[in-house]
Design a protein around this ligand. Sequence first.
Ligand SMILES: Nc1nc2c(c(=O)[nH]1)N[C@H]1C(S)=C(S)[C@@H](COP(=O)(O)OP(=O)(O)OC[C@H]3O[C@@H](n4cnc5c(=O)[nH]c(N)nc54)[C@H](O)[C@@H]3O)O[C@H]1N2
Ligand SMILES: Nc1nc2c(c(=O)[nH]1)N[C@H]1C(S)=C(S)[C@@H](COP(=O)(O)OP(=O)(O)OC[C@H]3O[C@@H](n4cnc5c(=O)[nH]c(N)nc54)[C@H](O)[C@@H]3O)O[C@H]1N2
Ligand SMILES: [Mo]
Length: 746
Amino acid sequence: MSDKKSIELYVKPAGGWDALRSSWQALRDQQVVMKGAGTLLHANQPRGFDCPGCAWPDRNPHSTFEFCENGVKAVANEATSRRVTPAFFAQHTVAWLNEQDDRFLEAQGRLTEPMRYDAASDTYRPIAWTDAFATIANALDALASPDEAIFYTSGRTSNEAAFLYQLFVREYGTNNLPDCSNMCHEASGVALTEQLGSGKGSVTLEDFEQAQAIFIFGQNPGTNHPRMLGELRGAARRGCRIVAFNPLRERGLERFANPQSPADMLAGTSTQLASEYYQPRIGGDLAVATALCKVVIESGAVDHAFVEAHTHGYEDFAASVRATPWEALERESGLSRADLEQAGRTYLASDATIVCWGMGITQHPRSVATIQMLANLLLLRGNIGKPGAGPCPVRGHSNVQGDRTMGIYEQPSPAFLDRLGAAFDFAPPRTHGYDTVAAIEAMSDGRAKVFFAMGGNFAAATPDTARTHAALRRCDLTVHVSTKLNRSHLVHGRDALILPCLGRTEIDLQAAGLQAVTVEDSMSMVHLSSGMNPPASTLLMSEPAIVAHLAVAVLPRSRTPWLWLVEDYDRIRDRIAQVIDGFDDFNARVRTDGGFHLHHPGRERVFPTRSGKAGFFAHALDGRDAQADVLQLMTVRSHDQYNTTVYGMDDRYRGVHGLRRVVFISRADLERLDLRDGEHVDIASVWHDGERVVRDFRLVEYDIPAGCLAAYFPETNPLVPLDHHAERARTPASKSIPVRLRRSAA
Ligand SMILES: Nc1nc2c(c(=O)[nH]1)N[C@H]1C(S)=C(S)[C@@H](COP(=O)(O)OP(=O)(O)OC[C@H]3O[C@@H](n4cnc5c(=O)[nH]c(N)nc54)[C@H](O)[C@@H]3O)O[C@H]1N2
Ligand SMILES: Nc1nc2c(c(=O)[nH]1)N[C@H]1C(S)=C(S)[C@@H](COP(=O)(O)OP(=O)(O)OC[C@H]3O[C@@H](n4cnc5c(=O)[nH]c(N)nc54)[C@H](O)[C@@H]3O)O[C@H]1N2
Ligand SMILES: [Mo]
């Protein structure tokens, strides 16, 4: 947390005293020490709020507070006592604010009043809520078609807010509902829906207690899902094999001292997590997964009874895998045949295997193929629909999965639209809307003119920064429902509004009394969340209330009783139960301890695909020829950030302190390119439509394969070309950016 700049190897286990120290520091920095402890005790508890950090599920609703360093940071930054008031906006022009870095913006504290951009003074000025809603209604009315408006969602939005929001957007007349999922696990949804009939993971926490092996691809739980380390620790201690695939050696996958365990903390013990750690090259996982399938098929260990009963496409798939030569698998994975066979033997030795993955798998051009190959691997041994086994895409935002379940999706199914239209007596639009990439293209071309965001930080989270910023600036109106000041408020349309809302930790009082919202975690548990802090300002509105008032202003002829619905969120939940599968008796079931689990058909080996069976899908390797001077850059999170929110300048487990403009590079590449550790370089991405450059990054020699680089986002987002995205899923390929390095001018 200090600003002293240094790079040093981190040799301690993840977690431990450093995690406690850093949490305490976060609370102190945000001046929430007094109420902090109380606030934290309510995170992820039955009558508390859902931690706004990650989507990892809660262990036990009855257990004492589950400690998580990065959960503490997320809570502390929301429960901060700092405020961004109208006086603050009056003192600073938007031009000046836009010169400040993301950490500065975040550190200013909670937004307190609705604000509207004033071009004459280049500042934001207070506006009454009613005037804000009227401004939006006027702008939407002025459009030639509802499809000229875009309605983005980030993944913190509750089920109730998301359901009302998508209903409002569809009654208004468009399916332009891009969301953060488009940049995140979209590829998992596309791949698994086609293959298994459901886009979600099938495992629960109980499966982590029964797995004999857990394979983890492209995920950094020590930083991004710290509570997962507790599960991995438990698994490792009972002898479950943990096999990690990651180009970087991530401390959080290697060793863990549990801050909740007195033995670990006082006696200084820790647990080894990964029993095998492989470092493939960036984007090499399709080859890795194919190689593992090859080991299974060629050793005759396929579960033929399962394959026969529950799958189709095995013969063609097996033939294509057999035909793939080891030499190609080695070249494209960057791993030796011996390593791949060793990992394959570990897979074969286990009768119940979970495969987890994160952004290291989804943010590549071949992400859908890679995920299908991982699912092929599971299917070969019947590793789905039995205890301790199954696919586990580890979701990011705390309710990103729930938002999709509620209909935040630019490609809604006809069946969903039929039910929605019947329940609310209107004709929903049928044409598919824009995803995130298409939304940016539409704003660039002037096909879209109003941009509305329910949370998030679109201007900073999206690829191709220069192009995206120009697109946002072309809009007639940009609107952000937000808790904290961020870049998206400063890169705005001709007219612009900031609408401040309640956060998860805060009391939500409506006409019928105190309200709770619901969320769905990464393992499909739906549960209640109710805040307990007084709101950061008396002028905040809840997200559901903002949507309802907006709908009343925009849709005078709507037959939906908007304001009545938000008086009591039980009424919204009753409507959700009418429209969304699996939510029958929602209000009663969500009030049982810990909530309820949404049924995943794969758990019973039911696969609602077109053929009624799970599918094997063959995928050829890339066959790319690498250019000698082109390296692959992956853009990752540091330990002190939450997506675009920069809490601090340290990345403790990677040994970086006080700076973010770093690029991790292998010794082999340093030597080959005649560069030195500590030198500064410019990074230029290599793309058909010209060069994109970010300047002045310090080289850090690191344990990473030759040809591979890593740096933090959002600083490196200018390098990601908008049209460089996953096949079919269109997830920006922010983990495989072809780049060249040049020594920075002194
Ligand atoms: N504290 C904190 N928690 C968070 C977030 C946060 O920013 N901060 N973000 C939330 C969100 S929205 C999400 S989606 C998740 C993200 O959680 P992760 O999926 O862990 O995200 P990243 O930090 O992007 O890290 C991806 C990992 O993939 C590896 N990797 C990159 N390319 C490849 C590859 O080609 N192959 C393999 N095998 N590995 C690769 C990287 O080295 C890195 O370890 O976390 C959520 N939780
Ligand atoms: N290069 C590169 N780019 C990436 C990624 C990457 O790995 N590399 N990862 C991608 C991924 S996985 C994701 S999910 C996206 C994230 O994209 P987003 O979800 O758009 O971004 P966040 O940074 O999570 O949004 C932070 C903002 O949300 C607002 N906020 C916080 N809590 C609340 C709330 O309760 N309600 C409301 N209304 N607002 C709130 C605050 O104002 C805060 O500034 O970024 C993507 N971009
Ligand atoms: Mo994400």
